[in-house]
Design a protein around this ligand. Structure first.
Ligand code: SF4
Ligand code: SF4
Length: 390
């Protein structure tokens, strides 16, 4: 029997288990998503595929399967990249199914201490910011390979220039608050040149993606509420980290429109002029940019405006393995996934790698400390010809 349209979009039962079953029943088990799934490509196992996980989630919800460590691990390995969702002809809402399934898992077994600590810190960006100072000091002494601390650099001040420009607000998040600091400063310069005036609301917080993907939907909802209060209604909100975009867009839905920063700039690209860059640069498209935000066309279009730039787009080798806290919780699997992206970068012959998601950049840099990896906005701002006063 074909699934009800209501099971495909909206109108889900309030009971979590019944909602998971309804979402799973939209799957017609065609298998067209399998070649797009990075974990299926890694393991060649049905239980590491979207179709297999949908069947597991359904079985755990309707009681035909009993939870154990092995079944939990298959669900834990999912990267939440949603490439399967983008490829699915039946419109299965895989992301919604995974979030609900992980919420049920979390209620049953709790979360690891490390996961809870990361979530706790992410929900307190200012404290996280202060602790990064200590991390910076201790980093050379730490035994394990961990992401490099960000450089000590003040957070960018909102643009004073272009005060007659169109108003917009910038979402800076938690980890990206510092690690994307240079991208935020770059965006301010690009926006000033494009006639957009940026504000940075101080009371904003983490987008909650880390929490929602790990099943802590209550904290994700609280963070969404705080962001709704922090962002003034109707002023467009720009995001720079593709991994944060959708959560913010959902949180502000009906309150303020949300745009990927590259898409905002691309809509005003005729106001931007760039100086030549005689070099080869590789573009990495994060899963969230390909499958969720879909701002890849805007990034390509902006970079194409830099004269003489030799832009090479990396082949789609699958998720790089970062996937929120996956890089910390499953380091061996994450390293295997990263390897194919790094190999593609080396094969490209490029000297710089561009990627619009902060988690991907941190994870890729862990695989090769010498890699010159930047946000596309940073690269664009470096080649900007400023005709307005920043
Ligand atoms: S493509 Fe969609 S319908 Fe087909 S197996 Fe995958 S999730 Fe199910
Ligand atoms: S979200 Fe990504 S890793 Fe998870 S099942 Fe879908 S394609 Fe595979």
């Amino acid at each position: 029997m074909p699934p009800a349209a209501s099971a495909r979009r909206g109108a889900l039962p309030a009971d979590p288990a019944a909602a998971i079953v309804a979402l799973a029943d939209a799957c017609v088990q065609c298998g067209l998503c399998l070649p797009h799934c990075p974990t299926y490509r890694l393991d060649r196992s049905e239980t590491e595929s979207p179709r297999g996980r949908i069947a597991l989630a359904r079985g755990l919800s309707d009681g035909t399967l009993v939870a154990d460590a092995r079944l939990d691990a298959h669900l834990d390995h999912c990267l939440a990249c949603r490439r399967c969702e983008a490829a699915c002809p039946a419109g299965v809402q895989y992301g919604a199914l995974l979030e609900r399934t992980r919420a049920v898992q979390r209620e049953r077994r709790g979360a690891r201490l490390r996961q809870r600590a990361i979530e706790w810190l992410a929900a307190r960006p200012r404290l996280f910011d202060r602790l990064l100072g200590g991390y910076r000091a201790l980093y050379p002494l730490l035994p394990h390979r961990l992401p490099k601390p960000p450089t000590r650099q003040p957070l960018p001040a909102p643009t004073a220039a272009a005060s007659d420009g169109e108003p917009a607000a910038l979402f800076i998040g938690c980890i990206a608050r510092r690690y994307d600091n240079d991208a935020h400063a770059a965006l301010l310069r690009l926006c000033a040149a494009a006639g957009v005036r940026i504000e940075i609301p101080q009371d904003q917080t983490c987008c909650g993606t880390l929490h929602a993907h790990a099943g802590d939907t209550a904290t994700a909802a609280r963070l969404a509420q705080r962001n709704r209060a922090a962002f003034a209604a109707e002023v467009p909100v720009l995001t720079t980290a593709t991994g944060c975009h959708e959560a913010i867009a959902h949180a502000l839905d009906g309150h303020a429109p949300t745009f990927d920063a590259s898409a905002c700039l691309f809509a005003r690209v005729d106001r931007l002029r760039f100086k030549p860059a005689r070099m080869r640069v590789a573009l990495h498209l994060p899963c969230t940019q390909r499958a969720v935000v879909r701002s890849d066309r805007a990034v390509r279009g902006l970079l194409a405006r830099i004269p003489e730039l030799d832009l090479v787009e990396l082949p789609d080798t699958g998720c790089c393995g970062a996937a929120g806290t996956h890089m910390l919780n499953e380091p061996e699997r994450a390293a295997r996934l990263r390897q194919s992206v790094l190999a593609a970068f080396i094969a490209s012959g490029a000297s710089v790698l561009l990627s619009a998601n902060v988690g991907c950049r941190l994870h890729l840099a862990l695989g090769d400390a010498k890699i010159d990896i930047r946000h596309p906005l940073t690269f664009l701002a470096r080649h900007l010809i400023e005709t307005r006063t920043p």
